[in-house]
Design a protein around this ligand. Structure first.
Ligand code: NAP
Length: 347
């Protein structure tokens, strides 16, 4: 059976009690990019004993050896929805080995992208990815992270997130991950709509929250960032706090205006102006993202509350200005009209 990815060589044959350091699981590396002739979904049955086994702490016996195998990474995407799939396509196209886990069964999509889909997080973690990339909704991120069997990962795993808010995952990672894991918080500031014709020139924000200083760890982080550099992204190193402050204005505001306009149910007309077309595109761009994403931008960025208040205030100010001018005109017409009528009456 030919599978893409890394396949445990003896899965169900070994009694769980024999899974000791003396007899660790062996993995066969199958070159990525070879034809996939069998489903790449790793079913629970393959590794049922691994899940029942005690935490595999054979981590130290398998040190990170990234430098010896070029810059090809084994990347596990947790949350294989809209955005996870969008990123995985490029990771795989660049020759990285991509694994994925999601609560929904995306095995067909994964197969078409050359990604190994796992329906069980334990099985995925036992593949010892170099990078574990969290791409779930902002609202579910904490529950998903807490449910991950991180004891099955290699101790030096690099955790990356792509959530559209940054202070929240940063704090979550620092709070929940053991100190040996590396942490890179990122925000690719584009999506399946805005990045459908390529990523060149699009901003990619990152914060190296905690990267160990050994050569391997530095190289692994560099190799991950290089994926985006190679696609031509505009790389912006920025603290998570700074990101959230800035992103509230550019991101939450954009999404809010798009969603407010959507409530007006705008239609394309034969006399569309360029400006109006821009509004229609904004509705399309923002509303194609899930409402959960938008909700996350509001709840998990403390700057968003202030911004929506400011927006509300700005609309009120604008309305006040307009109505004051209108009243001014009416008043003028009223008084000028009554003065004229008095003059006419006196004639
Ligand atoms: P999303 O609605 O924010 O997230 C969908 C993902 O979250 C799916 O993988 C879904 O898994 C998972 N999920 C939702 N609720 C879950 C739960 N209760 N338990 C486990 N998993 C759950 O849409 P998205 O566009 O794919 O975004 C994913 C992440 O990327 C978000 O954090 C978002 O902020 C970030 N991001 C998105 C964009 C974009 O343009 N879309 C750009 C930059 C960053 P299932 O599908 O398996 O249910």
């Amino acid at each position: 059976m030919l599978l893409s990815g890394v396949v445990p060589s003896h899965t169900t044959l070994l009694p769980s009690s024999s899974r000791t350091r003396a007899a660790p699981l062996r993995y066969h590396h199958v070159p990525v990019g070879r034809a996939i002739t069998a489903p790449v979904r790793f079913r629970s049955a393959m590794t049922v004993q691994a899940r029942d086994a005690p935490p595999v702490l054979d981590i130290e016996s398998q040190p990170l050896k990234l430098l010896g195998r070029g810059t090809k990474l084994k990347i596990a995407v947790i949350g294989f929805g809209n955005f996870g799939q969008f990123l995985a396509r490029t990771f795989a196209a660049q020759g990285h080995e991509v694994l994925a886990y999601s609560r929904t069964d995306y095995s067909d999509t994964a197969r078409s992208l050359g990604v190994a889909f796992f329906d069980n997080q334990h099985d995925l973690c036992e593949q010892h990815p170099d990078v574990l990339l969290l791409s779930t909704s902002i609202l579910s991120a904490e529950a998903v992270l807490r449910s991950l069997p991180i004891e099955r990962l290699r101790r030096s795993t690099l955790f990356v997130d792509v959530l559209s808010v940054k202070e929240f995952p940063r704090n979550l990672f620092l709070q929940l991950l053991p100190p040996d894991f590396d942490i890179l918080c990122t925000h690719p500031m584009f999506g399946p709509e805005s990045g459908k014709h390529g990523w060149a020139g699009l901003p990619f924000v990152y914060d190296k929250v905690r990267i160990g200083d050994s050569d391997d760890r530095v190289e692994r982080c560099r190799a991950f960032l290089e994926i985006f550099e190679r696609e031509g992204c505009r790389m912006v190193e920025m603290s998570c706090a700074e990101h959230d402050e800035t992103a509230a204005e550019i991101q939450f505001l954009t999404h809010t205006i798009g969603r407010v306009l959507a409530k007006l149910d705008l239609k394309s007309t034969p006399i569309n102006t360029k400006g109006y077309e821009t509004l229609l595109n904004l509705v399309q761009n923002t509303c194609s993202d899930s409402y959960e994403l938008y909700n996350g931008l509001f709840i998990y960025n403390k700057n968003s509350t202030e911004l929506i208040e400011k927006l509300d205030g700005a609309l009120d100010t604008m309305k006040k200005e307009l109505f004051e001018r209108l009243h001014g005109i009416f008043r003028k017409q009223l008084f000028e009209g009554s003065a004229r009528r008095s003059i006419d009456a006196g004639k």
